[in-house]
Design a protein around this ligand. Structure first.
Ligand code: FAD
Ligand code: AMP
Length: 480
């Protein structure tokens, strides 16, 4: 006899657990299958995001930011602190506690919403049929009208730098160092490379980031990318662009090191590190997710193929989150989970894929959404821009946190906001004000006519909207 549910979700990362909870809220008898186990063999919910992604990285970013501030900026406030030291074990202990609280929180939410958590690896056998293999090898079959696949992603690797979990690690290993490496190499100047590089740099590592592309942060327009590069370089990150890693060798004698070879415009180079983080992107986890007989369509890169509503080629089977096309971001998967659940109930919920906010949690944060200047130029859309620097914000000056700017792009014909980029303290939260405005089709004038509290960092958003039409009050406006 197989257990029967209305909905079975495979994977409990942000896409899967949110889908399961929303399905349960809507009255579906829902199960969520998760294979992640704790050291004591208990199921752990929350996926990459809660266990080895968004949350632990932010915990370490917050600790290291406080340490950096103490060392570099407390004196500006007249506070004299000892040089200070970092207790890495205590930092990791705090991070682990945060993770535990949140993952247990998901288990609690499952209980209160009556989602049945099932421990084991799920595999789609066909329409409405899932096999669960638990850690002890026992198997159970589940049946459900709807199956939602949410098995997420894992770190990509490259042949020149195989992960050895000691000297060469992926993002998961970089969240677990037991000491601050003296010389740290990072491959990849993407979101994860910059965040983890920043953590260890602030704690004292000499960090070199090797990036194959010539362009820094291609998702930003070139002005904002240059500004970001300038700020992060000033903080001590040595970011080598156009440096493609081609090989590595480790020496595990008395002094353990890893030597990385790379090719750049200046020819071949080598660099020696005490640890190396490989942060070259992530790939979907779809191997073994479906029995070949089920006929699930998976593309050549391993993504499950879905339509705009996350429906796969098999009726009643959906896929959400990092497992499918689109940016690999927790909130994108959460929205997809909600959409699938609500559409099962007949609602017309959609995900606005044009407006997915992205954030790099360095300090200052770097955040963007919508179309930037370069993209509008390329698309031949007539546009205006408005920008304003934090250096001219009273609140930012009071906080001694003046790096960065807000830059808005606006369609000339309609004055509608087309995009926003923010480099600055709390950029994620400032960006979100514009994302909400954009969801409502706001114009630059709408923002300009809105009252903002003073003094607040959000005034920089206000001034950038005023600047679109040359009306910024607290700077000299460009002649137009
Ligand atoms: P996942 O979170 O990967 O969860 C998938 C789950 O499915 C896992 O628990 C896995 O064990 C389980 N699973 C897989 N196969 C099976 C199976 N066959 N049976 C049962 N269970 C299975 N995103 C952001 O938006 N903001 C950030 O700040 C951010 N920071 C990040 C920092 C780091 C260091 C990393 C690595 C990632 C970060 N991300 C961030 C990305 C974010 O973590 C992912 O986009 C998100 O976790 C994807 O959610 P998901 O539910 O699709 O998959
Ligand atoms: P992201 O996908 O945003 O996490 O970024 C990963 C980054 O790693 C991309 O910018 C890639 O260009 C970069 N990358 C991939 N392979 C290599 C390599 N062999 N050497 C240096 N950088 C690489």
């Amino acid at each position: 006899m197989s257990r029967q549910f209305d909905v079975v979700v495979i994977g409990s990362g942000p896409a899967g657990y949110v889908a399961a909870i929303r399905c349960a809220q809507l009255g579906f008898n829902t199960a969520c299958v998760e294979k992640w186990l704790s050291d004591s063999n208990k199921p752990v919910y929350g996926g990459t995001c809660l266990n080895v992604g968004c949350i632990p990285s932010k915990a370490l970013l917050d600790t290291s930011h406080k340490f950096y501030e103490m060392q570099r900026h407390f004196a500006d406030h007249g506070i004299s602190a000892e040089q200070g030291s970092i207790d890495v074990a205590a930092m990791m202990g705090r991070k682990n506690k945060v993770v535990e609280q949140l993952t247990k929180g998901v288990a609690g939410l499952f209980r209160s919403n009556k989602v049945t958590g099932i421990s084991g690896a799920g595999a789609l056998l066909g329409k409405g049929r899932v096999r669960v293999t638990s850690a002890d090898g026992s198997e159970e079959e589940l049946s459900a009208a709807t199956v939602i696949l949410a098995s997420g992603s894992e770190p990509s690797t490259i042949p020149p730098t195989p992960i050895d979990h000691e000297l060469i690690v992926d993002s998961t290993g970089a969240l677990e160092f037991d000491a601050v490496p003296e010389r740290l190499g990072v491959i990849g100047a993407g979101v994860i490379g910059l965040e983890l590089g920043s953590v260890w740099s602030r704690l004292g590592s000499q960090v070199t980031i090797l990036e194959a592309l010539d362009d820094f942060l291609p998702a930003l327009d070139r002005q904002m990318a240059r500004e970001s590069l300038k700020i992060l370089s000033r903080q001590g990150l040595d970011i080598k662009l156009g440096a493609k890693v081609t090989g590595s060798r480790t020496s595990k004698g008395k002094k353990k090191t890893v030597t990385v070879s790379y090719e750049s415009g200046e020819g071949a180079g080598e660099a020696v590190f005490d640890k190396l983080i490989v942060a070259v992107g992530r790939r979907p986890v779809s191997d073994g997710l479906a029995d070949p007989a089920a006929g699930l369509a998976i593309d050549e890169r391993g993504f499950v193929e879905v339509d705009e509503y996350c429906a796969t080629n098999i009726p009643g089977v959906y896929a959400v989150g990092d497992l499918v096309r689109g940016p690999m971001l927790a909130h994108k998967g959460m929205e997809e989970g909600v959409m699938v659940a609500e559409r099962l109930k007949g609602k017309k919920t959609q995900v606005n894929y044009e407006l997915v906010p992205s954030v790099i949690y360095t300090h200052p944060e770097i955040a963007w959404a919508g179309k930037n200047e370069d993209e509008l130029k390329q698309a031949g859309v007539e546009y205006s821009t408005g920008s304003f620097s934090f250096a001219a914000s009273g609140r930012a000056l009071a906080a001694n946190d003046t790096d960065g700017l807000v830059k808005l792009t606006v369609e000339k014909a309609t004055d509608r906001i087309a995009g926003c980029q923010v480099i600055g303290a709390s950029a994620a939260d400032l960006l979100q004000q514009i994302v909400i405005a954009m969801e409502f089709g706001a114009s630059a004038e709408d923002i300009a006519l809105t009252m903002f509290p003073h003094p607040a960092l959000s005034e920089v958003v206000h001034e950038s909207a005023l600047a679109v039409h040359g009306h910024a009050i607290h700077k000299a406006n460009r002649k137009r």
